[in-house]
Write a protein that binds this ligand. Structure first.
Ligand SMILES: Nc1ncnc2c1ncn2[C@@H]1O[C@H](COP(=O)(O)OP(=O)(O)O)[C@@H](O)[C@H]1O
Ligand SMILES: [Mg+2]
Length: 263
């Protein structure tokens, strides 16, 4: 396993006291696996990614990040919903920013940056500025910026949720293609059930308050090599959708009852 969470709970300490965000999370990802966490807003998805990235320490439980190769601990890349491109830097300089602050930049990186921009359909954009690009193009730059550091694990926090539907479907296919080709381990977070089924090998459904894993779904082997757009047309897609929908509804309902009785 390259990622393993055991009995992880997390509480945020606020002025009003402790706020329990997650309870007893058990989660794994194998090398090269595409794993998605699906759940409603406020369910604790981003908190899980921050814990894995080491930005937060869990209140309870353990988080193990495995080795990439040899003795090296797997490196993590993190991509967020908002692109956080620096407006005063060109696209190329935005792509190289991460390497620059890690002081790891070498001449070949410029060639790699151009090649990756090419791969995401942005050749010719290297000298442009972020404001000249559409939302979808900016998220592609963001993806290139994450990939250029060559992380073993990619944490993707609702990377497409601010985009319009068609742009999103196209980006799903691009992401799927690219990450499979580079054999990355991916942990994607989304509130979109279809997106989860279209992209993943395995899905965790997060529900309840505090958030916990309420279901784990293995996407059928036969579906896994198939691209997101084509998966959406498969009969199995609908049945998995229904399964996830029902679990999420059930947990949303129990939460409301609890809230009504103040428990
Ligand atoms: N920095 C923080 N301080 C206090 N509470 C937080 C903080 N970040 C998130 N929370 C709370 O923790 C819960 C889970 O949040 P989050 O992980 O952002 O959920 P999601 O990403 O699924 O929308 C929410 O109730 C949220 O309000
Ligand atoms: Mg979030």
């Amino acid at each position: 396993m390259i990622i393993r969470l055991r009995a992880v709970s997390h509480a945020y300490i606020t002025e009003k006291g402790a706020h329990q965000a997650l309870r007893d999370i058990e989660l794994t990802a194998r090398k090269g696996e595409f794993v998605t966490l699906v759940g409603t807003s406020g369910g604790g998805k981003s908190t899980i990614l921050s814990l894995i990235a080491g930005l937060l320490k869990p209140t309870r439980g353990t988080i193990e990040i495995g080795k990439a190769s040899g003795d090296r601990r797997a490196a993590i890349g993190y991509m967020l919903q908002h692109d956080y491109l620096l407006p005063w830097r060109t696209i190329l300089k935005n792509v190289l920013y991460g390497l620059e602050i890690q002081k790891k930049i070498c001449p070949e990186d410029i060639g790699r940056a151009h090649a990756l921009l090419d791969e995401v359909g942005l050749s010719g954009y290297a000298r442009r500025y972020p404001h000249e690009l559409s939302g979808g193009q900016r998220q592609r730059v963001s993806l290139v910026r994450t990939l250029i550091t060559d992380p073993d694990i990619l944490l993707l926090d609702e990377p497409f949720s601010a985009l319009d539907y068609t742009t999103r479907l196209k980006l799903e296919d691009l992401l799927f293609d690219l990450l499979h080709r580079y054999q990355k381990t991916v942990l994607l977070v989304t509130h979109d059930i279809s997106e989860a089924i279209a992209l993943s090998d395995r899905i965790y459904v997060l529900g309840g308050k505090p958030g916990r894993i309420v279901k784990e779904i293995h996407v059928p082997e036969s579906m896994r090599p198939i691209s997101p757009l084509s998966r959406r047309r498969m009969p199995a897609f609908q049945s998995i959708f229904q399964e996830i929908w029902e679990v999420m509804e059930r947990h949303a309902a129990t939460d409301t009852e609890h809230a009504a009785y103040g428990t």
